[in-house]
Write a protein that binds this ligand. Structure first.
Ligand code: ZN
Length: 243
């Protein structure tokens, strides 16, 4: 007996399943504004469309922040992505926002998400570290700390990238699941180039029942256009949204 025939009655035409997740990308800045923000916005949206994973919404101004980063404004959102935000963004109730994350939602941050809310220790504790300083933009070698994590598996065991390389206070292996790090000081003028070090560059962590993903990369337009970085973000977004 042969295989069942497709015969003359074709099944229903394949339909693309609409993305099931909603991601809110926040790019408001109350301090330094990176020129890479427009390409960051379009890149994050394209990653979601191409993967069929999420619909992207944007929160670009302080007015947007006041209305969207509230429990009511986040009602339909699965994860929030702070893409090169800086300073005090004007969230009406920061503890309520952090409670929303802790309630089982996702939080992603890139680059200057760690140069945001220096006046809100609870935000920095949720994020896992606070931007301290950076030097010149240089090429550096990054190490993959967890080759099994889909956000960095494609970069294993080491890769080279040119970007502005943040240093942090409060970022500790004791409290973070580290994904990327540098084991030598890069030649960017901060510290002795080539000296042994343990500089954390990307991590994930829990915040209550919420999932937090942060990458220090993302200063340059070229970084956002780098397919390796886009795969890094896709893995992080999948994890943060539980996809
Ligand atoms: Zn930067």
């Amino acid at each position: 007996m042969g295989l069942p025939s497709c015969g003359s009655s074709p099944g229903p035409a394949p339909t693309s399943t609409p993305p099931s997740k909603r991601l809110l990308v926040v790019t408001h800045t109350a301090g330094f504004r990176h020129s890479s923000i427009p390409i960051a916005e379009s890149t994050i949206a394209a990653i979601g469309t191409n993967a069929g994973l999420y619909v992207t919404e944007f929160c670009r101004t302080e007015t947007d922040v006041r209305s969207r980063l509230t429990p009511a404004g986040l009602a339909s959102i699965d994860a929030v992505f702070f893409a090169n935000t800086t300073g005090n963004l004007g969230i009406p109730d920061v503890p309520a926002f952090l409670a929303w994350v802790a309630d089982g939602h996702g939080f992603l941050g890139a680059h200057s998400a760690a140069d945001t809310y220096h006046d809100a220790p609870a935000y920095l504790e949720m994020l896992g570290g606070e931007f301290e300083t950076h030097g010149a933009i240089v090429e550096a070698e990054l190490r993959v700390d967890d080759p099994a994590d889909p956000s960095v598996a494609h970069l294993s065991p080491r890769f080279r990238i040119t970007d502005e390389l943040y240093r942090f206070t409060g970022a500790s292996r004791a409290s973070l699941h580290v994904l990327l790090s540098m084991d030598r000081v890069p030649a960017d003028g901060v510290g002795e180039a080539g000296a042994p070090a343990d500089l954390l560059m990307a991590w994930r962590k829990a915040h209550g029942r919420g999932r937090v993903f942060y990458t220090a990369l993302g200063h340059r337009e070229e970084t956002w256009q780098d397919r390796r970085f886009q795969e890094h973000l896709l893995g992080g977004i999948r994890w943060a949204t539980g996809s």
